[in-house]
Write a protein of this length. Structure first.
Length: 246
């Protein structure tokens, strides 16, 4: 059985791999394969049976199925697939540069829909149970003026994932939908941490706990108490909401 990380240099995916790699064949699919070599070596040291690094650009949609099939050829049936690629993008730039707005929409929504569809299809054809992890975000819960391009992709992705999880119900494939709040890491470098911030290792611990303990699809707020903030967010009147700094 194998573990496939899509976004092989993602902080969160790296932490998930660290927690799950022992005795597994791991495939890191990375836009910059050279930057994933350090993690690959670390995973070998931690007891991964094998680690392969494959080149992967999520925006090239017609390579998605080939990549999943290549993983199965190299490392066998996939037990855990983590769809961790993504960009925050530059909101200010995206408001006047439509190519950048479309880039964010492509990486964070269209490519996710493509890859999740391929994974659900291919993993259903395998013989053993498997889990897919997708990353929604608090940013998609209620889009904010300060971050609405990225937020809208997460809103759409979350809706897609809820339906996909239902479509997988009764099969041996399950979907873990992670909804982290602010994660202190590469994606948020230079930003002031928001209330209830967590680190990539916290997100990984919650995901791996769901992977090892729950045997069905699930949606995880990370941290769990974020669900209270999410409930309050929905109540905030729009004239106040539109002034939220980010
Ligand atoms: N960080 C947060 O605050 C936060 C909060 C909620 C949800 N999330 C979501 O959690 C997921 C993982 O985030 P993270 O914190 O681990 O982010 P990260 O450390 O910035 O990693 C993002 C990964 O996506 C890859 N990537 C970007 N564009 C790509 C493309 N076109 N093709 C292939 N790979 C591409 C990056 O590759 P390069 O290294 O080559 O750039 C990197 O491996 C994302 O979906 C993110 O939106 C993050």
């Amino acid at each position: 059985m194998s573990i496939l990380l899509l976004g092989g240099t993602s902080d969160i995916a790296g932490e998930i791999a660290t927690l799950t790699c022992h005795g597994e064949d791991v495939v890191l699919a990375a836009r910059r394969p050279e930057a994933a070599q350090g993690l690959a070596e670390d995973l070998r040291q931690r007891g991964a049976t094998s680690v392969h690094v494959l080149s992967f650009d999520a925006q090239v949609l017609d390579t998605h199925r080939e990549l999943v099939k290549k993983t199965q050829e190299l490392a066998g049936e996939i037990s855990l697939a983590v769809v961790a690629f993504g960009i925050l993008g530059d909101q200010e730039r995206a408001e006047t540069d439509e190519t950048h707005a479309v880039e964010i929409a492509t990486v964070d929504y269209t490519a996710q829909v493509s890859m999740l569809t391929v994974l659900a299809d291919e993993l259903r054809s395998q013989t053993a149970p498997a889990a897919i992890v997708a990353f929604s975000s608090i940013a998609g819960w209620r889009a904010r003026r300060a971050n609405y391009v990225y937020g809208s992709t997460k809103a759409g992705l979350d809706a897609f994932c809820q339906g996909l999880a239902d479509s997988l119900h009764g099969t041996h494939v399950r979907l873990i939908i992670a909804r982290p709040g602010f994660v202190i890491g590469s994606m948020t470098t230079g930003m002031k941490p928001a209330p209830m911030s967590v680190y990539p290792r916290d997100v990984a611990a919650a995901v791996v706990s769901a992977y090892t303990s729950k045997k069905r699809s699930t949606t995880l707020w990370i941290p769990g108490r974020l669900r209270v903030l999410a409930w309050i967010m929905r109540m905030v009147p729009r004239p106040v909401w539109r002034k939220m700094p980010r």
